[in-house]
Design a protein around this ligand. Sequence first.
Ligand code: T46
Length: 135
Amino acid sequence: MSFPAALVDIPTHGDVQGLLGVLESNSSVPFKIKRVYFIYGVPSGTSRGSHGHKKLQQLIVPLSGSFDVVLHDGSVEETFSLESPNKGLLIQPGLWRNLINFSNDAVCLVLASEHYDEIDYIRDFDEFIEWVASR
Ligand code: T46
């Protein structure tokens, strides 16, 4: 099975007036968008995340600046560098994530397939590994 996350192109319309990226439910975003949040002002050297999600699908878009997303599926770890608003990271359910190396100007937009629900989080890595093994 291939790794359950990938960089995807965001449809973008450009002309002499600049660029316009489009994110649409069940189209450029392959799920119904139930929640949108954004992360910014992350102090240099600070990481975010450090948890797994059971059901949640997400599309992460670097609206400004850059950062890395480190994902773990229980056996393989992959790092994705996000640095352009025309490329997002599509994350399937069942992945542990850490967001690191934020530039000062980074703005991280997240589109999510579910409303906020603490029940979907696994916040201990050993517990995450056990959950993956039990699936
Ligand atoms: C993820 C990464 C990329 C809410 O009240 N509603 C929300 O929708 C979210 C996402 C968070 N919160 C509250 C919960 C905490 O009190 O905001 C606070 C910070 O949340 P958290 O520590 O979970 O933030 P991150 O950046 O570590 O993780 C977030 C998402 O929670 C997570 O799903 O994948 O961004």
